[in-house]
Design a protein around this ligand. Structure first.
Ligand SMILES: Nc1ncnc2c1ncn2[C@@H]1O[C@H](COP(=O)(O)OP(=O)(O)O)[C@@H](O)[C@H]1O
Ligand SMILES: [Mg+2]
Length: 382
């Protein structure tokens, strides 16, 4: 099912690369395998039933034979016993069928229990189920600090995605994170938001380590625009309200205008009530990005995290968002991952990552590096 979903989602790639034949073969292979498995299953079931019935007949036959020949029972006595047994037999069959069913369900049950245990172990906050509105957003006073962070993805054979990261993100400033793709930028913000746990080192929020208690408060105050934004099949309004169910019409438009999305939404025949299709398939890449940005801003977060959120935009719209971000400077903590120098022109601090290591930190107005292991590779961007 997972495979079929992938194929359907990637239908455009498949058709444009003429992969239909190989994909159909893939589906046929799987169908054949599933068919084979089913046949085998039926065969095993039938064989075991056959054995069971044969054994039952043999036992009954032996029983009658021995009772008549060896124990010299009367015909009526045998008949009586057979009658009693024939009454009891369905009960035995029932018990046997139930046992069989339990035996068949045990592996699935065990797997489910294991999954459940895994989920419990991964619970971020014990005592769980804290309702969203119970969590107070966090006001950051002195900033977010990374102390000697290292992180490896599972199964990455010892390669560090991040190594010895030491930095300080000051509140209400614009911090840019730049570096080539694969440098660990997205991984770094995932750790800052507590989505990934560092292997060593710590994230400190106002001098307090990021733990279960302040994690939710931190998340509550973050507006996050991921690299591959997720939109749901519904209207634009649904997608916006999902983040902030009580937002008024005015607030919705305000957020859309902030994200330079007001115009394109107004141009749509049904405006805010336009259906956008699966994962927003009916919008262009840039329109999706702007919608997700509007959604993030709707919450009025105190920390806004953008992961290459303007990469799919044309210059004009990027400039508009740039302006809007400049206006937010000083009111919100901005963490912006970007490739284009234009996006980070006005950053107060530029953090450069290279292959998971800090290659340099540039402060606005000052040129120089701090905490870099290889200062000569530090670059001044923008
Ligand atoms: N889920 C994952 N599992 C294993 N390795 C990953 C995963 N996500 C990213 N990586 C690896 O970690 C490194 C950093 O990735 P990422 O932080 O996404 O880079 P960036 O955002 O700077 O382009 C890359 O080498 C990538 O291959
Ligand atoms: Mg990334």
């Amino acid at each position: 099912m997972g495979g079929i979903t992938d194929q359907l989602n990637g239908i455009k790639d498949i058709k444009s690369n003429m992969l239909e034949a190989s994909r159909i073969r893939w589906l046929e292979d799987w169908s054949e395998r599933i068919g084979g498995e089913r046949l085998e299953h039926t065969r095993i079931r039938m064989n075991s039933q056959l054995c069971y019935k044969l054994a039952a007949s043999v036992i009954i036959g032996c029983f009658i034979y021995f009772s008549v020949v060896s124990f010299r029972m009367q015909g009526e006595q045998v008949l009586l016993i057979v009658l009693i047994f024939s009454r009891l037999w369905p009960r035995f069959i029932g018990i046997q069928a139930n046992l069989q069913q339990i035996a068949a369900a045990v592996p699935a049950f065990t797997a489910l229990r294991e999954l459940q245990k895994e989920c419990f172990d991964a619970t971020e906050i014990s005592g769980g189920g804290a309702a969203e509105h119970d969590v107070k957003p966090l006001q950051i006073a002195s900033g977010i600090e990374c102390r000697n962070l290292s992180f490896r993805y599972e199964g990455s054979a010892g390669a560090y995605a991040l190594r010895g990261i030491q930095l300080h993100i000051r509140p209400k400033e614009m911090t840019a994170i730049v570096g080539p793709s694969g440098a660990g930028k997205s991984t770094l913000v995932d750790i800052l938001m507590g989505l990934l746990q560092p292997e060593s080192g710590q994230v400190m929020i106002d001098g307090q380590p990021l733990t279960g208690r302040n994690l939710l408060s931190l998340r509550r105050s973050i507006g996050y625009v991921p690299q591959d934004p997720l939109l749901f099949n519904g209207t634009i309004r649904d997608n916006l309200l999902m983040m902030e169910p009580h937002a008024t019409e005015e607030e919705l438009y305000e957020a859309l205008h902030f994200a330079a999305a007001g115009e394109f939404v107004a141009r749509l025949p049904q405006g805010l009530d336009t259906m956008i299709g699966d994962r927003g398939i009916r919008l262009s890449g840039g329109e999706r990005q702007r919608l997700v940005l509007a959604r993030a801003i709707l919450r009025k977060p105190s920390i806004l995290v953008l992961d290459e959120a303007t990469s799919a935009l044309d210059m004009e719209n990027e400039a508009k968002i740039q302006e809007a971000l400049d206006r937010l400077k000083g009111h919100m903590t901005l963490i912006i991952i970007a490739h284009r120098p234009s996006t980070i022109r006005n950053a107060d601090q530029v953090i450069t990552l290279e292959q998971g290591r800090l290659a340099g930190i540039t402060q606005a107005g000052k040129e120089g590096t701090a905490g870099a292991e290889t200062p000569q590779s530090a670059r001044v961007v923008g």
